[in-house]
Design a protein around this ligand. Structure first.
Ligand code: GLU
Length: 453
């Protein structure tokens, strides 16, 4: 290590320590910051301008974090109170952009890690979108349509003060799909008294949504993994795949992987997983999850040869060629990563946000497993959200295949840019470092160009 590397390392470490001190107990946020900062050592070492302009100190501090009370009345007439969040992390390359997550685990740490990741992911897409994220600790599980509507309307009544097509454009994430976006769009429109289509993405096709947005995150993850495989002369054809989750990302990852000739043998929800050695029947999963909002355990009633196992982390004990974690953060820990490697996994593509722990990532990289990090592999969702914004601005809509083609091109570009950045900075084949650097440089250069703000 030369002198510049040593001082870059010290600088990065001191910025990280400030983050830990300033954001106590926010383990997920610390984890996301650590992963990115450590990747940036070679960039800082080569370009001291990023130190001179205080880029790291500024980039780790959200421009704004908004928290608010969300009161609503449940079906029994009882008053309930949840907490709402929106982090507006970085708007240097475009309006804040990122989803809303409704899940009981949501807190400032989760929202900040997601918003921080989103800044780099959105930059990587090559589109003019900044980083944001939001949500609530509201648990949609078991709630009636009426309760969901009253909660989302109350949530939007407050959130509407901070968003707009040119300022901040939320979308879905865990617990927020077409139904919730519909209710929120309705409430926003009512409050504003105008039809600002570009204020939310993931809208219904009949009122400004984009074709292929629903499929985009899952399809995009598979397109990305396909690029990694092809570079090594491998493919999905004939491979065995495990996909965790059974939400929007997982469903369309299963669909695309199957179309490319893979057999997807397992998927899960937060209670447990199903293993179907004949290949998961996607029609059943879609009906259970998208229409009936039922638990995945119901799958085995219709497919008695399949096995249901309580507890979702054991899904990674199933031998597979390709693993696509599409459920939630930190679902692959160091032990699951070791098991996957022992069982011969060749590629891992992160469909969820930060699904692998830092030591889990080390296991994959040191064992030469092809590893597609979330901010590259799952960028397809937000990329098509940006295409939805473009269509809304034009008051026009593209055909499914036009959007899908654009998505495919974007995923290929993200892959190529990440590979190139990794090579240029001395980490050939390491897409974690490559994606972080490629995402960072565009944001950092724009921050320098726009001055200290
Ligand atoms: N929640 C998705 C993500 O993590 C999509 C965000 C969006 O479409 O704005 O990237």
């Amino acid at each position: 290590m030369n002198e510049a590397d040593v001082s870059a390392k010290d600088y990065v470490q001191s910025v990280y320590e400030t983050v830990v001190k300033r954001n106590p107990h926010e383990q997920e946020f610390h984890q996301a910051v650590k992963e990115i900062l450590e990747s940036l050592v070679p960039v800082i070492s080569k370009h001291p301008k990023y130190i001179e302009h205080g880029i790291l100190e500024r980039i780790v501090e959200p421009e704004r974090l908004i928290t608010f009370r969300v009161p609503w009345v449940d079906d029994q007439g009882k008053v309930q109170v949840n907490r709402g969040f929106r982090v507006q992390f970085n708007s240097v390359i475009g309006p804040y952009k990122g989803g809303l997550r409704f899940h009981p685990s949501v807190n400032a740490s989760i929202i900040k890690f997601l918003g921080f990741e989103q800044t780099f992911k959105n930059s990587l897409t090559g589109q003019p979108i900044g980083g944001g994220k939001g949500g609530s600790d509201f648990d949609p599980k078991g709630k009636s349509d009426g309760e969901i509507m009253r909660f989302t309307q109350s949530f939007m009544t407050e959130l509407s003060k901070y968003i707009g097509p040119d300022t901040d454009v939320p979308a879905g994430d865990i617990g927020v799909g077409a139904r919730e976006i519909g209710f929120m769009f309705g409430q926003y429109r009512r409050l504003r008294g105008g039809h600002e289509a570009g204020v939310l993405t993931g809208k219904g096709i009949g009122y400004g949504g984009s074709l292929a947005r629903t499929e985009a995150t899952g399809y995009g993850a598979v397109y990305f993994v396909n690029e990694m495989l092809q570079a090594e002369g491998l493919s999905f054809e004939g491979s065995t795949v495990v996909v965790s989750g059974s939400g929007n990302v997982a469903i369309y990852a299963i669909q695309k992987a199957t179309q490319l000739g893979a057999k997807v043998v397992a998927c899960s929800d937060s209670n447990g997983y199903v293993y179907d050695e004949k290949g998961i029947n996607l029609d059943t999963v879609r009906r259970l999850k998208e229409e009936q909002r039922a638990r995945i355990s119901e799958y085995v009633k219709e497919h008695p040869h399949a096995v249901y196992v309580e507890g979702c982390e054991k899904i990674w004990t199933i031998p597979c060629d390709i693993a696509l974690p599409c459920a939630t953060q930190n679902e692959i820990d160091v032990n699951s990563a070791k098991l996957l490697v022992e069982n011969g996994v060749k590629a891992v593509g992160e469909g969820a946000n930060m699904p692998t722990t830092l030591d889990g990532i080390d296991v994959f990289l040191s064992n030469k497993v092809l590893f597609g990090p979330a901010k590259a592999a799952n960028a397809g969702g937000v990329a098509v959200s940006a295409l939805e914004m473009s269509q809304n601005s034009m008051r026009y809509s593209w055909h499914f295949h036009e959007v899908d083609d654009k998505l495919h091109t974007i995923m290929k570009n993200i892959y190529r840019n990440s590979v190139q950045a990794a090579e240029e900075y001395g980490y050939p084949g390491n897409l974690v470092v490559g994606a972080n650097i490629a995402g960072f440089i565009k944001v950092a250069d724009a921050m320098i160009a726009q001055g200290v703000i």
